[in-house]
Design a protein around this ligand. Structure first.
Ligand code: SF4
Length: 360
């Protein structure tokens, strides 16, 4: 079995989309309509930059744009190269681009086994545009081609009167209820839940669909992480277009991995200094074990569903890869190294002065 070495969020800075969901971060920031960016690097170059040798093993690479990820021309070619390299790939998509879905299912079978599509089920917008049947056609195509998937709903207050019909349709088409995430309100720095409902009412409304993803994400939403976090080493954020690498969402770049492919990656774990008021993507990060000591269901358990015919949304190879924990596959630091990382701002100038005085 391949071992999960790192999780990398590959951000595609592109805010174009085929939909206009009212709760979308892009809608909130009104950044739709920018030109679709052009990739300056070939898929082969990006494969070299993210080689297993450079990263230390098989990684889970999650491709996500601000808008619709599959709109980026050439994305499937990059995905193919990274699958050939031996990585496991997830792609966040609204599944509206049937030609791109066809490109994915045309990949060789051994590569499709390591591919996972996070199908965002934007019910109200799909309904408004008459695209519900088309959405499920794409999702079924992926499933029938052996591509693992999850169907995810972003809860919103406007969806509440339609939630039961959205769930029923998913049950009818894909044999199980969708999973539910928890949306954040980016108008506020502390990123609260995007709802006007009190928390217990929110939990009651959206918690009735037996979604492990929702139950776990809601349970941690708003809770600051004080334990030692290995984001910056086991988890990384990569800007696909520029090659800039950062420790976590919203942290500055610490290295450009495209500028010199021979240069090793200089990992920098965050330690106890999580810059966020809470780990709002903990359903991806904590479930994969970025913070040892944090109890959670596995990433796979928060995505899978079993269909009435016994088939799963996650096929066996993705299931076993995404059931692993980073803290089981990577060595952890001894206490004194953690102490140094946690107090680096104070200790580094002292260390440098001592080096200058006494040499190495
Ligand atoms: S706790 Fe979560 S949000 Fe904070 S640095 Fe770690 S992974 Fe990032």
């Amino acid at each position: 079995m391949d071992k999960l070495k790192r999780f990398i969020n590959v951000h595609v800075s592109m805010s174009n989309c085929t939909l206009r969901c009212h709760y979308c971060y892009v809608t909130l920031h009104q950044t739709f309509g920018h030109p679709i960016p052009k990739l300056e690097h070939s898929p082969e170059f990006i494969r070299q930059a993210l080689s297993k040798e450079r990263l230390g093993g098989c990684c889970h690479l999650n491709f996500c744009a601000d808008g619709e990820t599959l709109l980026l021309p050439g994305l499937v070619d990059i995905v193919e190269q990274l699958l050939l390299e031996g990585h496991y790939i997830s792609i966040v998509s609204n599944c509206t681009l049937s030609n791109r879905i066809d490109e994915l299912i045309a990949l060789p079978e051994n590569l499709r086994k390591h591919l996972f599509v996070k199908a965002s089920y934007h019910y109200l917008e799909l309904k408004r545009l008459g695209l519900l049947d088309s959405f499920f056609d794409q999702v079924c195509k992926l499933h029938n081609a052996g591509v693992s998937l999850v169907i995810e709903i972003t809860p919103s207050d406007e969806l509440i009167p339609f939630a039961d019909e959205a769930v029923e349709l998913c049950r009818k088409k894909m044999g199980a209820a969708p999973h539910f995430t928890v949306a954040r309100n980016e108008h506020f720095d502390h990123l609260p839940i995007l709802t006007s409902l009190p928390r217990d009412e929110y939990r009651r409304v959206w918690g009735k669909y037996d979604s492990v993803m929702f139950d776990y994400k809601e349970s941690i939403f708003g809770r600051p992480i004080k334990k030692f976090c290995y984001a910056g080493e086991w988890f990384l954020c990569l800007d696909l277009l520029s090659g800039e690498l950062s420790q976590c969402y919203g942290t500055p770049s610490f290295q450009n991995i495209y500028s010199n492919l021979e240069e090793p990656i200089h990992y920098r774990p965050i330690g106890i200094h999580c810059p966020e008021s809470h780990c709002y993507n903990g359903h991806a990060l904590l479930t994969q074990g970025v913070v040892p000591g944090e109890e959670s269901p596995t990433y796979a358990a928060t995505r899978d569903r079993t269909m009435p015919n016994g088939e799963h949304w996650l096929y066996p190879e993705i299931m076993s890869f995404l059931s692993q924990r980073l803290y089981e596959n990577n060595p952890q630091y001894p206490w004194y190294k953690k102490f140094y990382i946690n107090h680096k701002a104070t200790l580094k100038p002292i260390k440098n002065r001592l080096f200058r005085l006494f040499g190495k």
